[in-house]
Design a binder for this molecule. Sequence first.
Ligand code: 2AM
Ligand code: CA
Length: 267
Amino acid sequence: MNNQEREQMLAQAKQWILEAGAHIRESIDQPRQVTTKSDAKDLVTDLDEQTEQFFTEKIRSRYPDHYVFGEEGFGDEIASLAGVLWFVDPIDGTMNFVHQKCNFTISIGIYEDGIGELGLIYNVMEDDLYVGMKTQGAYKNGTRLPALKSGGDLEKSILAMNAFWATPNRLIHHEAMQQLVQKVRGTRSYGSAALEFAYVAEGMVDGYLTMSLMPWDIAAGIILVDEVGGKTTTGDGKPLNMLEKNTVLTSQSAIHQEIIDTYIHFK
Ligand code: 2AM
Ligand code: CA
């Protein structure tokens, strides 16, 4: 994909994401149909589904040879990263959407042959649009985000993470996570992975650690964080698998390895 193609696709994706977001804002106080998916805490609403359908139809009619990998299943069956692939999370942070009516995003990542080209994260209620464009930088509402500071210090860091991982769980040793919580200056939990990635890119938090995310939760955010010089890997420092669920650490580079080496111990 050349720069011109990337620019055109960005303009198109921006238009769709703003339109879908405006529709969600207009409908925010309407009664919602809330159902559960994989477990009682995994929520989905009629608007998650309608929004994914909106994107799927738009992408298919404008770019018939592209693929859609969407959370709610209106896209394609994806078994490979070949070609141009749109990762679509129509509402990231559905629990926030249902309970709080804020702190949720629309997240769109566009990849070609597995390489991240464009990432868009739209904080719907704040009307904040974050864009990452391969080699061209990351932007919030059109203003370029500065490179993340190098030489960060874990003791002076704010880390986004879910408190669940500092309690006994099947995946990681929680005692080490408790030490991490004590080590950092503070922790935060926003409940939308894409928003947490955007906050890492923006320097609002220094890192975000989580243990169970699907490719559509992270596709856009990875590009944003990359473009400001941050790093994203699995919780044990490996490259992410964009077809499967991952453990994820995204952060400024300086604290990345220390968190992995000292605090994340898988069972
Ligand atoms: P969602 O709202 O799109 O489902 C909450 O900590 C974050 O984790 C949100 O970004 C949420 O995305 C994601 N999440 C919640 N349940 C999940 C699941 N079962 N698999 C993958 N991601 C999940
Ligand atoms: Ca979602």
